[in-house]
Design a protein around this ligand. Structure first.
Ligand code: GCU
Length: 864
């Protein structure tokens, strides 16, 4: 019997799972967990229309109880004798004779859940509320939690949407999990199975709206065929209470409609949009509304016609108003052409407030300004957008990203709620009064707004895991919960998700909690520190390291790093004035170095590398230390996860382990590149002498080369020793070899190489003449990051062979066959004694010689 099956049989695990059901698996609880579960035998769903969320709620309840408890229950729409689970809206519940006196006031989408008596009551303010209540009840059952509950809950905000950046051709901008589930070949998909499955996941986290196409919108979405298709998509999502909307291209009247203009005040344009909107509402009568990106990053907008952004937004607001729709108008407006870094006062961060401050009050009441959480662009650390303080007469919503565009593209584990909570918990002190972004501003309370809330760019794709990574799904789950209640605890949410996704075993909960909570700090440590931003390739894929790409271009994500100093001076007294966009108490805090929180030091101030932090370390030494610490934490992830072998089903265990191993390796790429770059630019040595010194590495360029040539790479810092080797042509087999001058012992052997797409080079590692194993440069098929054609920080990676016994004088050889564009590029061989992560010593979580590692002993290890 194969080893995996053997483990499955002995531990009685569920069959391999692919992740399609996310946290809605309804996995059977172990027998002794279900003893206290007394569940009535009938479900009374007070609505029998199949497209009604109440009907769907009844079906879901039946399915969930069957899965979790193995118990078959009937669903009817009429009252029954004896105990039942009654689900319905408050109106239906009242009409059926239910006692509503005890139910506190429910707001839109709110619900009441009462499991105290023999009959369980799940009563929604509306049909969505019913569905949410049912999912909550199932979540409790699924976690083996049979405590009696009596609770009413209402959402913090009415807008809880997701945005998909799906292109009409089926690709997804910043999507890392395969092709679109909504579009292919410029039309909407015919088969909406995945669409309704997605809606089910969204409903279970109380998301009530979705924009299905990219903000960089293609007007072809407005064709008759696509409007009909949107009707089908809406039909698939409606039973789950998820309303559909679309992104618009401002120039559509001209580029698609054939008018001579798209000026927002032009009569023909107004009429054209009115007509289009009416046609859309014929197909999607409950369409949620529009999302508009205008005058940003090359997108057309009202400024072309000297009209204000508000006039542009109101054009659409007028069109959807009779139908009850809203317009989400993005505040992500900035000039990406004329920003000039040589002007000390120029600052992209100023743009949103500069553009929108004076328009407050000019927007129609069904316009919501959708504001990214920070003033730049989803960086690993940003100050909160000050625009939230300025939109007092205009409704606002925050824009978050579940898709990890700048945050590891789902190939790195980064649990995002701690980042989001930093923003949501921030008190902007508008007019000296408490103005916490989540509970006061986005709830609408502070400025008396009905329409406020949340949008998250999610970008699920056809991959069975939805986001490309099983663990990344905790971010989607948590998003829904935080949009409902931003005071929810991020660890509690994570642990609920873990129980539902992987089961309640304590080791599973503890391990996933520890790794997840370490993940954002680790990612920040090995990417960009102290508010300098992610330091990725901002003109390219936003994935691997490329700090120099941030400066000397008009994109405005500058670091202003020079030979002696670094950081954006955003003070009022000497800098771009951005700090002054905050209400006075906060502005004063950010104005001086002493009162600026250190994690945002370089966001607000330009300081010498030798500036001393509260820890006593200089800025540059902090960069080095943080990068080593971050990579060390990432190196512990695979070994932490490995403890779960046999506790998590083999498929999800393997797929997750693979990504964590890859992350561990890429974290070292990040660490080395960033440390090397700042070492080079500042000429300041690492006090601990790690940067640029790799006693355990043998550089490929120092090996004996056969069919290889030595080259440099771009950016230079992504090559250890600043050089690499590539095969002399794209077809001929080649090799490198070296003698190992290390004392006899057992070592891990790591090879640094580059895995491009458009090619699958093959590699085989030999010790003397014995093959230790082989691998292929096929990460492009196994990971969903933005593909790169270059030998760069995105393609740089590592593979590790564990516990290899070597003698001094042994000869190591790597035989390679280039393929396509992939010239089997090699950077180095690291020969690592126990406990050494290539010069960072592993933390306490690392245990060698685990049986679990043995289980994978025949596999090739990426990462570590
Ligand atoms: C980022 C992102 C783009 C996206 C833009 C937006 O710049 O990289 O892909 O279009 O944000 O939010 O509009």
């Amino acid at each position: 019997m194969m080893r995996g099956l053997w483990i499955l049989a002995t531990l009685g695990l569920v069959a391999a799972e692919d992740g399609l059901n996310g946290w809605l698996r309804y996995a059977r609880l172990p027998g002794n967990n279900t003893k206290q579960a007394i569940v009535p035998s009938s479900i009374v769903a007070l609505n029998s229309t199949e497209t009604s969320p109440v009907y769907v709620a009844g079906q879901e309840l039946q399915k969930g109880i069957k899965g979790i408890l193995g118990k078959t229950v009937d669903v009817t729409s009429e009252s029954v004798d004896g105990p039942s689970i009654v689900v319905g809206t408050i109106d239906a519940f009242t009409a059926a004779g239910g006692d509503t006196d005890v139910i506190p006031e429910l707001e839109e989408d709110g619900f009441w859940l009462n499991t105290e008596g023999d009959t369980i009551e799940i009563v929604g303010q509306n049909e969505c509320g019913v569905l949410y209540g049912v999912f909550e009840y199932l979540s409790l059952l699924g976690q083996g939690n049979f405590t009696k509950v009596t609770k009413a809950t209402n959402p913090s905000a009415s807008i809880r949407w997701v945005n998909q950046w799906d292109n009409m051709d089926g690709t997804i901008e910043r999507g890392f999990a395969g092709l679109s589930i909504f579009f292919e070949k410029n039309v909407t998909v015919a088969n909406t199975t995945r669409v309704s499955e997605y809606a089910r996941l969204l409903a279970s986290i109380r998301v009530n709206g979705i924009i299905v196409n990219n903000v960089n919108a293609n007007p072809i979405i407005l064709s008759d065929e696509n409007m009909a298709g949107l009707g089908r998509i809406a039909d698939a999502m409606r039973p789950w209470g998820v309303r559909v909307g679309i992104s618009l291209n401002f120039a559509s009247p001209q580029t698609f409609g054939g008018l001579s203009t798209f000026g927002p005040l032009d009569e023909s344009v107004i009429a054209w949009w009115g007509d289009i909107t009416n046609k859309l509402y014929e197909k999607v009568p409950d369409m949620a509304g529009y999302l508009v990106k205008a005058n940003s990053e090359g997108q057309p907008g009202p400024l072309t016609y000297n009209r204000t952004l508000a006039e542009g937004a109101n054009l659409f607001a007028n069109a959807v108003k009779p139908h009850g729709g809203i317009v989400m108008f993005r505040a992500f407006v900035y000039d990406s052409v004329n920003l000039n870094e040589s002007n000390w006062k120029d600052d992209r961060a100023n743009a949103a407030v500069d553009f929108f401050r004076d328009l407050d009050g000019d927007f129609d009441d069904n316009v919501v300004v959708q504001v990214k959480y920070g003033p730049i662009d989803f960086q690993v650390r940003e100050a909160p957008s000050p625009l939230f303080a300025h939109l007092q007469q205009t409704a606002s919503a925050i824009e978050l990203q579940v898709t990890q565009e700048y945050l590891g593209q789902q190939c790195h584990l980064v649990y995002l709620p701690p980042l989001w909570k930093q923003i949501l918990n921030f008190d902007l002190r508008v007019d000296g009064e408490k103005s916490v972004i989540g509970t006061d501003i986005l709830s609408g309370k502070r400025f008396g707004k009905e329409l406020t809330g949340y949008a998250a760019v999610v970008n699920v794709g056809h991959n069975a895991t939805w986001l490309g990574s099983h663990l990344a799904m905790s971010n989607l789950y948590a998003y829904g919960w935080l949009a409902w209640d931003p005071t929810d605890n991020e660890v509690t949410i994570l642990q609920d998700w873990t129980r539902l996704t992987f089961g309640s075993d304590k080791t599973i909960i503890d391990t996933i909690t520890k790794m997840s909570m370490e993940s954002w700090p680790a990612y920040e440590n090995y990417t960009g520190n102290l508010g300098i931003q992610t330091l990725t390739d901002i003109t390219g894929p936003h994935y691997g390291p490329n700090p120099q790409s941030m400066d000397n271009n008009p994109w405005g994500q500058w670091t202003r790093a020079d030979a002696t100093s670094i950081g954006m001076d955003r003070t009022v007294w000497n800098g771009t004035g951005f700090a002054g966009q905050y209400p006075s108490e906060i502005a004063a805090q950010f104005e001086t170095i002493e009162t600026t929180p250190e994690e945002l030091l370089l966001w607000f101030h330009h300081v010498p590398y030798t500036h001393v932090l509260s820890t006593g370390a200089t800025v540059i030494q902090h960069f080095y230390d943080a990068h080593y610490a971050g990579a060390e934490t990432a190196a512990s992830f695979p070994t932490q996860w490995a403890k779960l072998v046999g506790l998590v089903d083999p498929q999800r265990f393997d797929e997750t382990l693979f990504r964590l191993m890859y992350q561990a390796g890429h974290a070292i790429v990040w660490r080395d590149a960033i440390s090397q770059f700042y070492h080079n630019i500042s000429s300041i040595a690492d006090e601990r002498a790690r940067v640029g010194s790799h006693p355990w590495r043998i550089e490929a360029e120092d090996m004996q080369l056969n069919g290889y040539r030595i080259t440099v790479v771009t950016p230079f810092e992504v090559a250890s020793g600043l050089r690499i080797v590539q095969t002399v042509d794209n077809t001929t087999a080649a090799s490198v070899s070296t003698t190992l001058n290390y004392p006899a012992g057992t070592y891990d052997l790591a090879v640094g190489y580059y895995d491009l797409y458009e090619g699958k080079a093959s590699y085989e590692l030999f010790l003397n003449d014995e093959s230790l194993g082989s691998w292929v440069g096929d990460l492009e098929d196994r990971l969903g990051y933005t593909l790169t054609r270059g030998i760069d920080g995105h393609s740089a990676t590592r593979v590790t062979f564990r516990r290899v016994a070597i003698e001094e004088g042994d000869v190591m050889r790597i035989e390679t066959v280039p393929n396509g564009r992939e010239t089997a590029p090699l950077d180095y061989l690291a020969v690592l004694p126990p406990g050494v992560v290539d010069q960072g010593v592993l933390g306490a979580g690392y245990v060698r010689g685990l049986n679990t590692i043995q289980y994978f002993k025949d596999r090739v290890y990426y990462g570590l």
